[in-house]
Design a protein around this ligand. Structure first.
Ligand code: MRU
Length: 347
């Protein structure tokens, strides 16, 4: 049973504080959408699908407090709520996808009176969360045949249960392989600077007794050159129509290394992560985060005061480095432009 990082109970949104893991397991409670926006921005909750789910609940919480005389007035305020939630992190498209879905839901139920409309929006957020976990399990089943029995699998960042409503995308495929009876050994890149691999991937895999070995980011090439990695699997924050994939900073480096060593490089992501509005990865906005994430580790200063710092949180892996994209509707290889489009059109 993998962890569910986002719960909604008795009118309260509860999220495990991912900033404190693995040292402390603290659950924070939210009833105000602005606090949810801050939680997304400050990475209490992170990972593309989880950000979308949190934003959907945030929107439902925001809707709850709107006092309006008619639908148009309600909708104008609801748009404001969604705009605050949308302004938190720019790269993961699931955030905007989830908020669009909430707005579409509101418009589709314009005839409902205030309380019923608010209840419908909460139901929609619950459905987004439940659907996410369901799709992850399907994605796992679709991707699991790509994982060899006895496979030594490298992953980067955390695309696990913690990054979703449950089960995970990349780690979901690994979980499905384990459930299918395969032996696996996972290598987790620590993922500087925020250490999602060390703090989160290692934590959740260890909790589920899936063998995991932590490595520093700069060790991946060495292990590959020694024949110690059979495949790489990562998640995604946004996939362009041609298959170019934005994911945690350092993913591109791993993909280039994998190609050099002839190691398959897989991306696992739900259809909601694909942004068909952009033709290629050059259109994906890349979040730049605070210099302090690089210069400090907690309170400890690692670099001289005042040093110039760059801190892009994501990079784009060109589609040509990707062996396959695993989704809940199937696995796409080769011509991503056509293959991804065919998946959504159900061909
Ligand atoms: O900055 P983060 O921790 O939100 O970045 C997360 C990632 O890059 C994940 O790999 C991605 O969102 C996929 S999560 C299923």
């Amino acid at each position: 049973m993998s962890i569910k990082p986002i719960l909604f109970e008795n009118g309260i949104l509860k999220m495990i504080d991912q900033r404190l893991l693995p040292a402390e397991e603290v659950w924070l409670e939210y009833t105000d959408y602005r606090a949810v926006a801050e939680a997304i921005q400050t990475m209490v909750v992170r990972g593309a699908p989880a950000i979308g789910v949190a934003a959907a609940f945030g929107a439902a919480l925001g809707a709850r407090n709107i006092v309006a005389t008619g639908f148009e007035e309600f909708m104008a305020e609801f748009e404001q709520v969604c705009a605050v939630l949308a302004a938190t992190r720019p790269t993961a498209v699931n955030l905007f996808w989830a908020l669009e879905r909430m707005k579409t839901c509101a418009r589709a139920h314009a005839q409902l009176a205030g309380a019923d409309l608010k209840a419908r929006l909460l139901d929609e957020a619950v459905e987004i969360a439940e659907e996410d976990e369901r799709l992850n399990r399907t994605m796992g089943k679709n991707g699991e045949p790509l994982i060899p029995d006895g496979g030594r699998i490298l992953t980067h960042c955390n695309a696990g249960a913690l990054a979703t409503a449950g089960y995970g995308t990349a780690l979901g495929v690994i979980r499905a392989a384990v459930e299918a009876g395969k032996k696996v050994a996972v290598f987790a890149d620590e993922t500087r600077p925020w250490l999602q691999g060390a703090r989160l991937t290692a934590w959740e895999l260890q909790k589920d007794q899936i063998p995991v070995t932590l490595i520093c980011d700069n060790m991946a090439g060495h292990l590959m050159s020694k024949g110690e990695i059979d495949c790489v699997i990562v998640g995604a924050d946004r996939i362009a129509a041609n298959g170019d994939t934005a994911n945690k900073i350092g993913t591109y480096t791993v993909a280039v290394l994998a190609k050099e060593h002839g190691i398959p490089f897989y991306v696992a992501a739900p259809i909601s992560t694909i942004d068909f509005a952009i033709p290629d990865g050059s259109h994906i906005p890349i979040e730049e985060r605070a210099a302090r994430e690089v210069t400090h580790s907690g309170e400890r200063q690692l670099a001289p005061t005042g040093v110039a710092v760059r801190n892009p949180a994501f990079d784009v892996t060109p589609a040509r480095y990707i062996t396959a994209i695993i989704t809940e509707r199937g696995v796409v290889k080769g011509d991503y432009q056509r293959g991804l489009q065919a998946l959504v059109e159900g061909k």
